[in-house]
Design a protein around this ligand. Sequence first.
Ligand code: DC
Length: 218
Amino acid sequence: MGYNVAIDGPAGAGKSTIAKLVAKKKGYIYVDTGAMYRGLAIHFLDQGIHAQETDKVIKACQNAQVTIRYEEGVQQVYLNGKNITSRLREEEVGNMASVTSAIPEVRAKLLELQQNLAHTQDVIMDGRDIGTCVLPNADVKVFLTASVETRAKRRYQELQEKGIACDLEEIKSDIQERDHRDMTREIAPLKQAEDAYLVDSSDMTIDEVVDAIVELCK
Ligand code: DC
């Protein structure tokens, strides 16, 4: 069994930024499980399926193969043999992933892949249900959060830097909607595991958060 660090938290809390840096410092492999849900979401979008068409989503799962490879230490997501990493962060992909990740068949499809990755190597894995469902015996569990305002501002800045036009209030309401969906779904909802450390990054720098988590790891 590898050494396993689980990081859960809401959208925009900085999980992937932090997890990547901790992985580098500690020599762990960074596993981004949201990217796997996004990979499946691309499959549904490419098939012209709408997020609410649950039956079609379940059927489409049968011929979707999501695989993960590491190229120069960076996670690459393949969908049926094609590298789709560059499309993962698109807004419509995130929204599709948020809705379809509430479907049990979608979660079941990815659970084994996630557990297998953690079984054989030292990983830091981020998502929504890592500490509660995917790796209940993880060595370290962190629930990383930040206020909605902070998360919206970070996302706004990120998009601005990429030259993408956006509206702060729209981003904020999108985040609130996604939080609500992720926290209230029946299966594997986003919640802090009982044995997880709570880290609120609203008033912390990236380095401070990284140091706090590194401190918790062996
Ligand atoms: O972390 P992210 O924004 O890339 O995740 C996209 C969506 O995938 C998110 O809205 C909820 C879902 N997700 C999930 O249900 N469970 C995970 N472990 C990771 C992501």
